[in-house]
Structures are given as C-alpha cells and as structure tokens.
Design a protein around this ligand. Structure first.
Ligand SMILES: [Zn+2]
Length: 353
C-alpha cells in the first residue's frame, strides 16, 4: 500500500495533516466535521486508485481523505512577506542540515567527526569487500581513536601516564564508491586515485578522508599522504583489501589496524622510530627506538639510543608490530593530530560548523 501524502494538493476536503494550521479557523471550520482520519494512517488506499475508481476504493464511504495544508500555506505565503521569508529560511536550514549529515562536524565536546569515503577497486568478489566489513573498519577506527579498544588494558604501567586516551577524532562513513577492474596488482604510484589511470577519483579530498581499498599491493599493506597533501587529488589512504576490516582479512593483520596506522600518517604522525636509527618522530613522550618492531614483542623491549637504555613503545599504532600487538597512541601524538584537525590546521576542511 502506498502511504497517503499529506502534501498532495489535489485532495483538500479533509484536514488534520498538521496541527499548526488549526488556527486558521475560517478555512478549517467547514471541513472539521468531516475529519476523522489522521493523514499518517496507513489504512487508506493508494491515492491514484482512489482517483480512478472512487466507489471501489472508498469501501462504501462517502468520503475520501484529503488535506488542504499546502493550499492553505500557499495562500498564507502569498499574503505575507514575513512568512515567505521564514519559509525560505526554513527550507535553507533543512537543506543545510541534510548536507551537514553527510559531512564532518565538530561535536559538542570538541571531537572532530571526519567523513569517510571508501573507494573500492575490485577484480574478484573477495576484493569487493562488503558493507559490513567497511562498517567493521570504521568501528575499529572509532574505538582506536576513542581509546575504547578493549586491548587498551594491555598498555604497560610505564606508559599509562602518556597514553592518549580519547584522541577526540571520530569517523563516519559518508559514501562507498565501487568499481570493477581487471588490474591484478597495484603499486604506490597512485593509479588507484584517478579514473584516467583505472582508479576512482577522490571525493572532495579537502572535506573527506578518502580511503581506496585495492587488491594485491605485494608486500605493502597500505600507505597514506600526510597533511601537506590536504585537498590534492591524491590525498588519502590506500589499503590492500586483505588488510581492511576484520572479517575475512589476513592474519596477523586482520584487526583493522592497518587503517589505524595509515590514518595516523594522514593526521601527521610519523613512524615511532622516526624512520631512522634512533630517529625523531617529533613526539617527546614516545621513547626513541632503533628501528621498527615486528610480530608480537614482549614488554619490556630495551633499545639504547643516545646512551640511554629503556623499553620502547612497540605497542604504539605507529610501529610495525602485528595488529594484535598494537593498541595505543601517546598524548604527544594526540596533540599532533589535534593540531591538524583544528580550525587553524591543515585538515580543517574535515570540520563543518
Ligand atoms: Zn606507516
């Protein structure tokens, strides 16, 4: 059954569509007596059927439902410039609200909600990852950046004081774009980011985090652009399908942490070892370390840099350990990410007020 539409102006013998119009007594008085049905009732036949076959669809009743709200409104708007102005503002606000829902925004507690577009380039059905798996990946990002991941309890006591907790960044899926391809492998040449090279063009990269999910990239799990690329055609994160989401992903990179790591770069985090022997990651609360760690190290894991020996923070998302072995950002990393999504930051386009 097609639900009756109150806004249909051809049938205006009955009312009660909108109580706001109750005050218009002159117009309503004549029809009040006939108004027994709510416009929201489903117990009404399809409008078209009623029109074409009154006797049958009315079921013996002398009345058919109608609603004059729009006609009354039309007259009222014609007679009042003030109402016309309010009407115009109302519709503009409604449209803005609708659009805002698709974009990022700053929540009441200052958290920046980043809108995400997932671009899926698939050759096989396995590579055409499901909507459920995409939702799973978004959930992992929100848990890891919110500090609500269950393995946060594994953070060693020595690092409890410098954990980021809630980074105050969240992610919301705004759209998924899918495209089939015959390509069997992809490289880091950004071909996946342009339709002219067999990829998918980014959606407004200044305003959306674009994630491209592709098939085989060899030994590369994913890669990302840093904030200086904000808004450029190639801005965003690339992740191989096998390491995106959880269900069906390949162990030991099947907990969705490749995305957590790559989005860290996107928000200006460097690898925790500073991409050099005892390098600098521009964060003071992450111990200097000699290089990347792999697998599932045990704490403490001592490195010596600058003559100082201490355990490194291998469980940081910006190290190279297995998904199950990484579960924290540091407070210093949080500050760097916050500066990027701030209103003055390179990625302020992800915010919407
Ligand atoms: Zn990296």
């Amino acid at each position: 059954m097609v639900k009756y539409l109150c806004s249909n102006s051809e049938f205006f013998n009955f009312i009660f569509c909108n109580r706001k119009y109750m005050y218009m007594k002159k117009l309503l008085f004549g029809v009040l007596m006939l108004s027994f049905l709510s416009c929201n009732s489903d117990n009404i036949n399809n409008q078209t059927e009623e029109s074409s076959n009154n006797t049958e669809s009315l079921g013996g009743s002398a009345f058919k439902r109608g609603c004059p709200s729009e006609d009354i409104r039309k007259t009222a708007l014609q007679n009042s410039a003030e109402l016309r102005q309010k009407y115009s503002e109302l519709e503009a606000n409604t449209e803005k609200f609708t659009n805002d829902l698709k974009l990022g925004k700053v929540l009441s507690d200052g958290t920046v909600e980043i809108p995400v577009v997932v671009n899926v380039l698939y050759r096989t059905s396995t590579e055409n990852i499901s909507a459920a798996r995409i939702a799973e990946q978004i959930a992992v990002l929100n848990a890891d950046y919110g500090g609500t991941n269950t393995d946060v309890s594994k953070i060693p006591t020595a690092f409890q004081g410098v954990k980021a907790g809630d980074v105050k960044v969240r992610f919301r899926l705004a759209n998924t774009v899918r495209k089939s391809t015959t390509k069997t492998s992809w490289s880091t040449n950004d071909a996946m980011k342009r339709s002219s090279s067999g990829g998918i063009d980014a959606t407004s990269p200044a305003n959306y985090l674009n994630i491209w999910v592709v098939g085989n990239m060899g030994q590369i799990l994913g890669y990302a652009t840093f904030p200086e690329s904000s808004g450029l055609w190639n801005d965003g994160v690339v992740i191989a399908a096998s390491y995106f989401g959880k269900t069906g992903a390949s162990a030991p990179f099947n907990q969705g942490r490749t995305a957590t790591h790559e989005v860290g770069h996107y928000l200006n985090l460097r690898h925790i070892w500073g991409d050099a022997n005892c390098g600098n990651d521009l964060v003071t609360d992450t111990p200097t370390q000699t290089g990347p760690n792999y697998g599932k190290p045990s704490y403490p894991l001592y490195n010596t840099c600058g003559g100082v020996q201490r355990s490194v923070m291998f469980m940081n998302y910006m190290d190279y350990v297995d998904d199950a072995a990484m579960f924290m950002f540091s407070a210093g990393q949080k500050t760097r990410m916050q500066s990027v999504v701030a209103s003055s930051g390179a990625r302020s386009g992800l915010r919407l007020y």
